[in-house]
Design a protein around this ligand. Structure first.
Ligand SMILES: Cc1ncc(COP(=O)(O)O)c(C=O)c1O
Length: 457
């Protein structure tokens, strides 16, 4: 059977879209008018049209700390979140490796939402049938979007913290030889995308901010793909602290906690296979409802924030930029800035995976749960959540004991899915991670050579 490898960017072209030919750049620009134009694959990047990194530096009147909190914004990626990057990278690597064949294989996307949206979106662009496997209790905006992109939904019971059921379901479905899973929790294109594309973008984002360095990178793992940016950041700024944030209600990495929580996309009750435990320095907890109430403040608290010196213009810029996990990440960044006693010249980088467009229903739910959400309530919330952020619930996990504990957690989570102890043991060496990363450069060449070409199976 003859088939054609899809035409899409290399890792380097996602980091530097200006490396694409003028013709491709032109087509990518005009594809912005039609989100289902396949040239949008070339718009998978952290960069805005002007070539700068899409970010905000939060005013200290909002964060209550001197350090600069720099947030990379994922909302303008095609499909509305940066999760499209790992979805694309995994599918494209599979295509150039001859493991995933257009016209022959159906793609499985185990997810709690954004990755599923990303998978359904790129499958639409790259002409694959797809099935997204996700819990049945996530925000309704997510299901609508996945179906709109043409994927089928295969729902498992529960919410974010029941993601393990989606993995078990995928494990079963994968036995069908015509299915291929883009398994974000265990496949390394996710790690490669974030270490290379997000990591370099983070370093560039702070160049003209504070001392131009990164003191801390804080990010809440779902798959722990985004955390891999920390591995790159540490190669440039070895002093940088990498912090994994978790919901207080589901503190699996901190102490084995496994409760339900409200921060969609993170806190999935496991140590994912692609999480580089070696480079995680701290684990810090954020209360889930602080993230939801924080989002409400940034949506509707313009009058309140004005009293604290945040102009209407600044408020309007921020209003659509975050989802619940983005606010959780910001709160984690504030917590760490306080804990590490960072000053005006220091930068803490974090990430907003998506924007507000998929959280209307979460805010409506909050309004139903609270008796009052008038300005006087939002003012109290703002002071409690942002201004008076505490430094409790932070654990230093740099000790050997803690690394062993987390490796044990990884074994508990992954041996049952058929991974061998030998393989997991290799992950105890930094060389393993560096070798996985180096494959970026092999895939850059391979994708460039093979994309768009006809292949005999
Ligand atoms: C809204 C949201 N925030 C955070 C994350 C976590 O990102 P990662 O999977 O890279 O750890 C996800 C992942 O799907 C997400 O959808």
């Amino acid at each position: 059977m003859k088939y054609k490898i899809p035409f899409g960017p290399t890792y380097d072209e996602m980091l530097h879209p200006h490396l694409n030919t003028d013709a491709v750049q032109k087509k990518a620009k005009s594809a912005l008018k039609n989100e289902l134009d396949p040239y949008n694959l070339f718009n998978i990047t952290w960069r805005k049209a002007d070539g700068t990194i899409n970010k905000v530096v939060l005013p200290s009147s909002l964060t209550g700390v001197d350090a600069n909190i720099v947030v990379l914004l994922g909302k303008d990626f095609p499909s509305g979140s940066h999760k499209v990057g790992p979805a694309y990278a995994t599918l494209m690597e599979g295509c150039v490796d001859g493991e995933i064949i257009p016209g022959k294989h159906t793609i499985l996307g185990p997810s709690t939402g954004n990755f599923g949206i990303g998978v359904s979106y790129i499958c639409n662009l790259m002409k694959f049938d797809s099935i997204v496997i996700m819990p049945d209790n996530m925000s309704k905006e997510r299901y609508e979007r996945i179906e709109q992109y043409g994927a089928k939904l295969d729902l498992t019971p529960g919410t974010e913290s029941d993601v393990i059921l989606t993995l078990e379901r995928t494990f079963e479905l994968k036995k069908n030889p015509s299915y291929r899973a883009l398994a974000q929790f265990e496949l390394f294109p996710n790690y490669r995308f974030h270490r290379h594309v997000t990591g370099n973008s983070a370093v560039e984002a702070v160049k003209a901010v504070g001392n131009g360095r990164i003191a801390c990178f804080a990010s809440a793992p779902g798959s722990a793909g985004t955390l891999a940016a920390g591995d790159y950041i540490k190669t440039v700024y070895p002093e940088a602290k990498v912090v994994a944030l978790e919901p207080y209600e589901c503190s699996t990495l901190m102490d084995g906690g496994r409760g339900q929580h409200r921060i969609e996309g993170i806190g999935d009750k496991m140590c994912t296979l692609i999480h580089n435990i070696l480079t995680t320095d701290f684990i810090a907890l954020i209360k889930d409802d602080d993230a939801v109430r924080g989002l409400k403040i940034l949506r509707d608290g313009d009058a309140v924030l004005k009293d604290y010196g945040i102009s209407k213009k600044a408020f309007d810029t921020l209003r659509d930029c975050f989802g619940v996990s983005g606010i959780g990440n910001i709160l984690g960044a504030i917590k760490m800035a306080k804990y590490l006693q960072l000053g005006v010249n220091d930068n803490v980088v974090t990430v907003a995976t998506d924007g507000f467009d998929r959280y209307d229903s979460v805010i409506k739910d909050l309004e139903n749960r609270y008796l009052e959400t008038e300005d006087f309530v939002l003012k109290r919330w703002f002071k409690d959540i942002f201004m008076h952020m505490d430094t409790h619930h932070i654990k230093d996990v740099r000790s050997e004991n803690n690394k062993q504990r987390l490796f044990k957690q990884k074994e508990d989570d992954w041996l049952k899915f058929g991974y061998q102890k030998d393989y997991l043991d290799k992950m105890r060496s930094i060389d393993f991670w560096d070798q996985e990363y180096q494959k970026v450069f092999t895939y850059n060449k391979k994708i460039k050579k093979l994309r768009g070409s006809e292949i005999n199976e």
